[in-house]
Design a protein around this ligand. Structure first.
Ligand code: FAD
Ligand code: NAD
Length: 471
């Protein structure tokens, strides 16, 4: 039996970051993780590094280059002859990126003297964790504090059971060994749009079936409509208000039956991706036996500081309420480690930025106009189109806009919404400004380098007061 100040269960961006922060603070720390790569060796980083954020962005970049060389470069006077895609090489590169990063976390664990335990962590009474290894052996750890960071898993639907070959989830969709000519996707959420973009740029005909009539309902409506138009123009066939009623695996692929509200339809595809959301992963934890309370959605119930109903046990990341995002998981992990060490951390959950890595990218932080209207909050809005930027014109990236929403009376920034190239980087300035309670006037008074895309943020801030220069 080994005794620790902190035992973390799960080594995704919530868990591994919590373990590193705990160790930095001088706490003896172990981290239990059950993810083992094909080799049987641990592969740290959870969903994010293994089958989520990182491999999807690696393929988004590869597919962007492949698409750009054929469709964007000619406008710059650059033509390439016979452009070929070596998918096996692209996948090998993606795998290498993942392997480098997961190995990097092992290095960080060694540097910070964190004990890695490979296996499934189950809660026992009195803050003990049993580590059940794949070979059947077990060991028991005792801890003064336990941090649960077991993450999430794809939601499955009975009408489209994932078989890993014809019907796949995110994991299968990041590892096709050939480009499907016809690709179906259920769900026009973040995964559907990102992976739909990857395979569409590689040459698949992509049809996305979305149950809701609204497209990207959480985003600003003007931006979601512009994004829908741009993505459709790129070739993504996004069908809203379509509910899948059944699937049948055939010789050639998958036959998908769906209802559009106006009638029944059939779609024939080579591969089908199911991307209808994710659910908390509590299997293997023995949460019930340990008396750990779950909320009605099956997530581990926590208070604002990620405390569960059992003293000394905390939970962070996808397994608790809030957006299922890597940076949210990591911030919670850091905060809990600091809380355990006696500090007084605070997380402002209202300032978690969202990014959808389509091209152009979609990013936002804070409230949307719909939310402010619903809450009856009066606001002013300033918008600036990428078209008005010298840098965007030079780069040929003129699609998009920045929108800033500020309180009508105080001018405090309440939300920032961006659709355009590099939105994922530009949103950082908005988060920083909002974290410091900035007004639109504050942003308008800050010098932005010329020519940059960040000038759109500056101009949108000026536009809040009707004084943008370049429109
Ligand atoms: P996870 O990353 O899921 O890690 C949980 C870990 O715990 C896993 O290693 C799991 O094996 C382990 N585990 C579970 N149960 C046990 C147990 N009982 N014992 C031991 N180990 C256990 N988010 C972003 O912010 N940006 C993105 O660009 C982005 N892209 C994504 C793309 C895809 C395709 C997907 C699927 C997700 C993406 N996400 C993205 C979401 C992001 O991956 C998650 O929000 C993040 O990984 C959550 O971190 P976590 O630490 O809570 O859980
Ligand atoms: P999602 O919640 O983003 O989207 C799921 C979509 O599927 C929704 O639009 C929903 O209406 C639709 N849907 C649900 N059931 C359906 C059905 N039966 N038929 C048709 N449509 C249906 O979920 P996701 O795309 O699976 O992604 C899961 C989570 O992973 C995201 O919410 C996000 O937290 C995280 N993620 C983040 C990023 C990023 O930050 N860039 C990228 C990928 C994933």
């Amino acid at each position: 039996m080994s005794n620790y100040d902190v035992v973390v269960i799960g080594a995704g961006p919530g868990g591994y970051v919590a373990a590193i922060r705990a160790a930095q603070l001088g706490l003896t720390t172990a981290c239990v993780d059950r993810w083992a790569a094909a080799t049987g060796h641990p592969s740290l980083g959870g969903t994010c590094l293994n089958v989520g954020c990182i491999p999807s962005k690696a393929l988004l970049d590869t597919s962007h280059h492949y698409h750009a060389i054929q469709h964007a470069f000619p406008a710059h006077g650059i033509t390439a002859g016979d452009v070929q895609l070596d998918l096996a090489k692209a996948m090998a590169r993606k795998n290498k990126v993942v392997a480098n990063l997961t190995r990097g976390i092992r290095g960080l664990f060694r540097k910070n003297k964190i004990d890695l335990k490979t296996g499934t962590g189950a809660l026992l009474p009195d803050k003990q964790v049993e580590v059940r290894a794949a070979d059947g052996t077990t060991q028991t750890l005792t801890a003064s504090n336990i941090i649960i960071a077991t993450g999430s898993a794809p939601i499955t639907i009975a009408v489209a059971p994932v078989d890993g070959v014809n019907i796949v989830d995110n994991e299968g969709a990041l590892a096709f060994d050939e480009i499907p000519s016809r690709l179906g996707i259920i769900g026009a959420g973040v995964i559907g749009l990102e992976l739909g973009s990857v395979w569409s740029r590689f040459g698949s005909q992509v049809v996305i079936l979305e149950a809701l009539d609204d497209f990207l309902a959480a985003a600003d409506r003007q931006i979601s409509q512009q994004a829908l138009k741009a993505l459709k123009k790129q070739g993504l066939d996004i069908r809203l208000g379509c509910r899948v009623t059944g699937t049948q695996v055939t010789d050639g692929g998958v036959r998908v039956a769906y209802n559009s509200g106006e009638g029944e339809h059939t779609l024939e595809v080579d591969k089908l991706i199911v991307a209808v959301g994710r659910c908390p992963a509590t299997d293997g934890l023995d949460a019930d036996a340990a008396g750990l309370a779950l909320d009605p959605q099956g997530r581990i119930a926590v208070d604002r500081q990620c405390r569960t109903n059992i003293e000394g046990i905390y939970a962070v990341g996808d397994v608790v309420a809030g957006p299922m995002l890597a940076h949210k998981a990591s911030e919670e992990g850091i905060a809990v480690a600091e809380l355990i060490a006696g500090q007084k951390p605070e997380i402002d959950h209202a300032l978690v930025p969202w990014v959808v890595y389509t091209h152009p990218e979609i990013a936002w932080v804070g409230a949307s106009p719909q939310q402010l209207d619903e809450q009856g909050i009066e606001y002013k809005s300033g918008t600036f189109p990428y078209m008005g930027l010298g840098r965007a014109q030079g780069a040929g990236q003129t699609d998009g806009l920045v929108k800033i929403l500020a309180a009508a009376h105080s001018d405090r920034i309440l939300g920032v919404h961006i659709f355009g190239a590099n939105a994922s980087e530009l949103i950082g300035e908005a988060v920083t400004a909002m974290a410091f309670h900035a007004s639109a006037e504050d942003l308008a008074r800050i010098i932005h380098a010329h020519p940059t895309l960040s000038e759109a943020v500056h101009e949108a801030a000026l536009a809040v007061d009707g004084r943008a220069i370049h429109i």
